[in-house]
Design a protein around this ligand. Structure first.
Ligand code: PMP
Length: 357
């Protein structure tokens, strides 16, 4: 359905119509120029060759220091998406099942399917503030469960898992010796403190990247923090597939980390203001949602809404959103990405509110 909406949006644009695209999580903000310069400087210095499949030593060391681990526990990947795929490939190849709460980023299930594994979904609800029911969660786990996936903060709700609930999930996983893949790609720019899986003991895997934190979606750089054993396996997979993330991109990422505070403060503030504006407008129209704990997404509900029909009709009003069915069994919800200039978001939100009246 996401594909259908994108195709219709492109068709309408080709006919000369302006479409405000709030259907995908690709920010309108530019990569900070300091990062672009760093990549260019590295290229001029000849950092354009094949390199280590683990990633550059300096970058791994910096990331390791940030997360309080050893550089042996870090591998650089082309986006966090590859980190997710590689980890799932290594843990699920040939079967078993993976347990994950919904709403969810559908790549998890599509990847599991590709690997011949089953996905077991635990539905969470807006009315429970997206809380994971620990007993129901535990019931989904059986002898064939090879991993648990958490996305914290979550796409599409922008909800951060309550630390006590997270404690409970980790306790269950540790008791059953099941690794958790924690996708924390929105964690570094979260509006509220987000407990990382790395704060717990256990054989868990943390995945994140530079896309959201530094507006570097197209650069394709992320990383995995895990046991040395898994890191070595991912590096081997890198060797036979992507070889390495380009060194000039890793150099730019290292520069970005060095200027972290300065570069992300403005980005975070802009998203917070967008989120505040969205909450105000959507609440006025009587839509139900949880206020985002992190940038990018709001996932409102209107009782009785068929979000697929709604998303298609809304395109004729010049706005693209993602139907809730793209994230699990959420027909009455739709996802709005706050990844356009503020004035466009305001126009789009007003059209959305008119359309749901
Ligand atoms: N995880 C989640 C939950 C995402 O929403 C996305 C991007 N939409 C990714 C991972 C992939 O991000 P990256 O650009 O780092 O590959």
């Amino acid at each position: 359905m996401l594909y259908e909406i994108n195709e219709k949006a492109i068709k309408l644009e080709n006919e000369g119509k302006k479409i405000i695209k709030l259907n995908i999580g690709d920010p309108d903000l530019e990569t900070p120029p300091e990062i672009v310069e760093a990549a260019y400087e590295a290229m001029k210095k000849g950092k354009t060759k094949y390199a280590s499949a683990y990633g550059e030593k300096k970058l791994r060391e910096k990331l390791a220091a940030m997360h309080g681990v050893s550089a042996d526990n870090v591998v650089v990947t082309p986006g966090s998406k590859w980190g997710v795929f590689a980890t799932m490939f290594l843990l699920l190849r040939g079967g078993g099942n993976v347990v994950t709460p919904t709403p969810y980023w559908t790549a998890y299930e599509l990847t599991a399917k590709t690997l011949g594994a089953e996905t077991r979904l635990l539905k969470t609800e807006l009315d429970d503030k997206w809380r994971i029911d620990l007993e129901a969660f535990e019931r989904l786990i059986d002898g064939n469960t090879r991993m648990i996936i958490l996305n914290n903060p979550n796409n599409p709700t922008s909800n951060v898992i309550d630390p006590k609930v997270l404690d409970g999930v980790v306790q269950i996983a540790n008791a059953k010796k099941i690794p958790i893949l924690s996708d924390e790609v929105y964690g570094t720019i979260s509006f509220v403190k987000t407990k990382s899986i790395l704060e717990y003991s256990g054989n868990h895997v943390m995945i994140t990247g530079f896309s959201k934190m530094f507006t570097m979606t197209g650069w394709r750089i992320g990383y995995v923090v895990a046991s040395k054993e898994l890191i070595d396996k991912i590096a081997k997979l890198n060797q036979i597939t992507i070889t390495n993330v380009p060194v000039f991109i890793q150099d730019a990422a290292l520069t970005a980390l060095g200027m972290h505070e300065q570069l992300t403060k403005g980005i975070k503030m802009e998203y917070q203001e967008r989120a505040n504006m969205a909450c105000k407008i959507l609440a006025k129209a009587g839509l139900e949602f949880t206020a985002p704990d992190a940038p990018f997404y709001v996932f409102p509900r209107r009782r009785g809404l068929d979000s697929e029909r709604f998303a298609l009709d809304l395109l004729d009003k010049g706005v693209a959103v993602a139907p809730g069915t793209s994230f699990g069994d959420y027909r009455e919800h739709f996802r709005i990405s706050l990844t356009a200039p503020r004035s466009d978001i305001e126009t789009a939100l007003n059209r959305i509110c008119e359309a749901v009246r």
